[in-house]
Ligand binder design. Structure first.
Ligand code: 5AD
Ligand code: SF4
Length: 459
């Protein structure tokens, strides 16, 4: 009988990708994914470590699983508990010590080893030598991508994720990613093309290329030449242009330093590349950007934005921002507000600085009082809401290209995403998840838009 696998995914889209690949690794062992935790034989908690209290949240979530595991054991059954992702990578030993009922702790570069690790956990259990979970958080010498199965065990739905790049060598002083994900690595072009073929065969209508520094991707193409991400996008778009002319392409997350001219030009000439880009800037003051070790100034960022708009005038931009980085003054924060206005972000994600142990930022003095960080965060969020409201209102009356992806809260309502990555709500009895249609925008608000289906031809 198939064993049931429940995966709880926290954090970024790379974790969503990793969760899908872990399911692929376990499928040949007879594990089938379940959406209900109640009857799971195995649970994987795929964790995120980006901001504060991450580990504490994992411990509290594990508390529920400990109760379930003990209840299963009382019935003579068992639940295998695995912790994966960035908290596993960063706090593996602590997890093993503090939560002895956890069977496996698997780092972000080790999950292709799940079958061997599970067998080891099983042997420990049979021998009764258990009590301590297995820790697998080394960065192995060869890439996990070389060992992941080709088969995709479950169709991802309308949008497929494809990891093309992983890791980070930028070492922004606030960020744990270089430590949890390791050095920058680009997958070979050939492997990416084959994975894209398999994703398209599942029926996806949009593919998002993923990487912590996705636009740093570079590799040797099958033609023996060195390819940039711009080139890869062109090749991917052309590869499916005849068979699947309506595929939508995106890539995330990008670093301003890696926005090369070739990639910028792709926004003007790759038909399926959506006119949206998530390009974090983090702060608008050059002094803060320097202290963050971003490797770019505010002006460099604005020049990239200008070039992007020259290549694709309607491109919508979103960014990430941090308020209250150590040493940030009122004047520095004002500079962030100015840059946000100047770049005219269509959306933004802003966070209060969170001191992460082990990062260089955690050793800086001049911590900004929490109340000041909070106040700045509120002001920034108000501005970002104003700008996203402006952008969304300007879409009223327009017809947007919407791919419907999930149910809304109301009966008969679905949520889809436009080419600009806006969330569009439509209530229409004939609509199904996976439909892609032109939608007429009836109302644009700060965080969403209301749409109506006026005509049913494909977009
Ligand atoms: N504190 C606050 N925000 C952070 N981010 C990353 N590290 C931290 C931190 N220590 C934010 C950045 C990044 C996003 C994914 O999370 O804005 O772009
Ligand atoms: Fe973190 Fe900076 Fe690397 Fe992005 S570029 S993952 S913020 S260190």
């Amino acid at each position: 009988m198939a064993k049931k696998l429940f995966i709880k995914t926290h954090g970024c889209q790379m974790n969503v990708y990793d969760s899908a690949r872990m399911a692929d690794v376990l499928a040949p062992l007879g594990y089938a994914k379940t959406e209900t935790p109640d009857d799971a034989d195995m649970v994987i908690i795929n964790t995120c470590h980006i901001r504060e209290k991450a580990a504490e949240k994992v411990f509290s979530e594990l508390g529920h699983w400990r109760i379930r595991k003990h209840a299963a054991q009382a019935r003579g059954a068992d639940v295998t508990i695995a912790v994966a992702g960035c908290v596993a990578q960063a706090e593996g030993k602590e997890l093993i010590n503090r939560a002895p009922f956890v069977d496996l702790v698997i780092g972000s570069q080790a999950y292709h080893q799940l079958p061997e690790l599970l067998a080891r956990a099983e042997r420990a259990r049979v021998k009764g030598t258990g009590g301590r979970g297995i820790l697998a958080t080394d960065f192995p010498p060869d890439s996990k991508f070389d060992h992941l199965p080709d088969e995709i065990s479950a169709a991802p739905g309308p949008v497929g994720y494809l990891a093309v790049q992983e890791g980070c060598d930028k070492f922004c002083t606030f960020c744990v990613v270089p430590y949890t994900r390791g050095a920058e690595y680009s997958r070979p072009a050939e492997a990416i093309l084959r994975e894209a073929d398999r994703l398209v065969a599942t029926g996806v209508q949009e593919i998002a290329l993923l990487g912590q520094n996705v636009n740093a991707w570079h590799g040797e193409g099958p033609d023996g030449k060195s390819w940039s991400l711009g080139r890869l996008l062109r090749v991917l778009n052309d590869r499916f242009a005849k068979t699947h002319p309506h595929l939508r392409w995106r890539y995330t997350t990008s670093h301003p330093r890696e926005m090369g001219d070739d990639l910028i030009a792709a926004h003007g000439d790759v038909a399926g590349l959506m006119p949206f880009l998530h390009l974090p800037i983090q702060a608008g003051s050059d002094a803060v950007l320097k202290a963050m070790n971003r490797g770019h100034r505010a002006g460099d960022y604005l020049r990239v934005v200008e070039k992007l708009r020259a290549a694709r005038p309607d491109i919508a931009l979103s960014g990430d921002f941090i308020t209250g980085f150590p040493g940030e003054t009122d004047a520095d924060f004002e500079a962030t507000l100015r840059v946000v206005r100047e770049a005219r972000f269509a959306a933004g994600y802003s966070f209060k600085y969170s001191n992460r142990p082990g990062t260089p930022g955690s050793l800086l003095g001049k911590q900004v009082p929490d109340a000041v960080s909070s106040e700045r965060l509120q002001a920034l969020q108000a501005l970002l809401q104003e700008l996203s409201g402006d952008f969304n209102r300007a879409c009223e009356g327009r017809e947007l290209d919407v791919l419907f992806q999930k149910p809304g809260r109301q009966n008969g309502q679905l949520i889809g995403y436009s080419q600009y990555m806006q969330a569009i709500y439509v209530t229409d009895a004939a609509l199904k998840i996976g439909d892609r249609l032109p939608v007429t925008i009836a109302g644009g608000y700060a965080n969403s838009l209301a749409g109506e289906i006026v005509r049913r031809e494909a977009a």
